[in-house]
Design a protein around this ligand. Structure first.
Ligand code: DC
Length: 337
């Protein structure tokens, strides 16, 4: 007896999605393993607790996989595990010496990074467009890493502020670089930004750091150092990266690219709420002016500016909620898998 493994994810808990995904999974398993009906002993599906609308075993039977016993069971509910996921164990009498090929489709590719391709999702856009919220949700749902590249530039800006170095002063910034030690670490799936050995994840979120980060990030010497780290991380594992130049410069070959934007007033309102919730006192008009100035500075810098990559999908989130943006992005991703 030989076991072939497979898994896939669905975008939405509905009968059509379940039927189509189960069929696609079985079709690929049968095709790449050149399986014959007579060789199959049984199908055992499992599904995550967030799937309720249809039975994968029924879906399999309906699309012609009715020649061996079929069974499906619910998996235990585990924090942080992949959402809307259907797994399969296929029992077969494989002819000896035939090598088994397991199949992981869609978001389930993340379950077996060893046999699935590494892929990157680039999310670029201006401040407050909702990139980071969406990036975190995508990383959670696809079980891949989230790399917040803005946090790295924020750490550079914070270092300059602490040393009294003017972030505009290219010569002073370049002198500071050999002693600039920025690292990202992950604890419980959350990115921690480490500056010279200190966890500055909270400090870099202060509003004063935003403009310093934008200004310092315009220097090519700073960008080169940060981009190298970003590429190293993205090369080694599947991840979602958010920033300004991911799709255009950092990872021009990223499989999925999005440019997330929104009206500047909407973006300022989002940042305002975020800062007030964190206990910072800010004036809305000043914050809006600052966001507009930061957009201008990020878009007009000579080296690697904020720009929509030619092949990035544009999403304007002005009138969308997080769920809507997430669904739109996932639709594009699924259509390209
Ligand atoms: O995404 P954020 O607001 O945390 O980013 C802070 C600043 O860092 C932003 O104004 C411009 C800069 N940045 C950049 O130049 N390139 C990136 N990939 C990410 C951020």
């Amino acid at each position: 007896m030989t076991i072939i493994r497979g898994a896939t994810t669905i975008d939405k808990d509905c009968k059509e999605e379940i039927s189509a995904s189960v069929k696609a999974l079985l079709d690929e398993i049968f095709a790449i393993n050149a399986l014959k009906k007579e060789e199959i002993n049984g199908f055992l599906f499992s599904l995550t607790t967030d799937i309720h609308s249809y039975h994968p075993a029924k879906a399999a039977r309906e699309c012609g996989y009715d020649f061996a016993p079929l069974f499906a069971a619910i998996e235990p509910e585990i924090d942080g595990s992949l959402k809307l996921c259907i797994r399969l164990m296929l029992f077969t009498e494989l002819i000896q010496n035939r090598q088994v090929k397991h199949v992981y489709q869609k978001g389930a590719k993340a379950l077996r990074k060893d046999i699935s391709e590494i892929y990157n999702i680039a999310l670029d856009g201006p401040a407050g467009s909702g990139k980071s919220t969406v990036a975190k949700a995508l990383a959670r749902d696809y079980n891949i890493l989230y790399l917040d590249t803005g946090a790295m530039y924020r750490a550079c800006g914070l270092k300059a502020l602490r040393l009294g170095v003017d972030p505009k002063d290219g010569v002073a910034v370049e002198k500071m670089l050999p002693n600039l030690d920025v690292k990202v670490e992950y604890r419980d799936g959350t990115q921690h930004t480490i500056l010279d050995g200190e966890d500055v994840s909270t400090a870099i979120r202060e509003n004063a750091v935003s403009m310093a980060a934008s200004t310092i990030s315009a220097h090519p010497c700073v960008r080169m150092k940060m981009v190298e780290m970003q590429r190293e991380i993205a090369k080694s594992m599947s991840c979602v990266l958010d920033g300004r130049d991911i799709g255009s410069t950092v990872l021009p070959d990223a499989k999925y690219k999005f440019f997330i934007t929104a009206d500047s007033k909407v973006r300022a309102t989002r940042r305002y709420k975020e800062l007030v919730e964190r206990g910072e006192r800010v004036d809305f008009d000043a914050l809006h002016a600052e966001i507009v100035a930061r957009d201008k500075q990020d878009s007009e810098r000579a080296f690697s500016p904020l720009v929509q990559a030619k092949d990035a999908v544009l999403i304007d989130t002005s009138d969308m909620d997080v769920e809507g943006v997430l669904a739109a992005i996932k639709r594009v991703i699924q259509s390209k898998i």
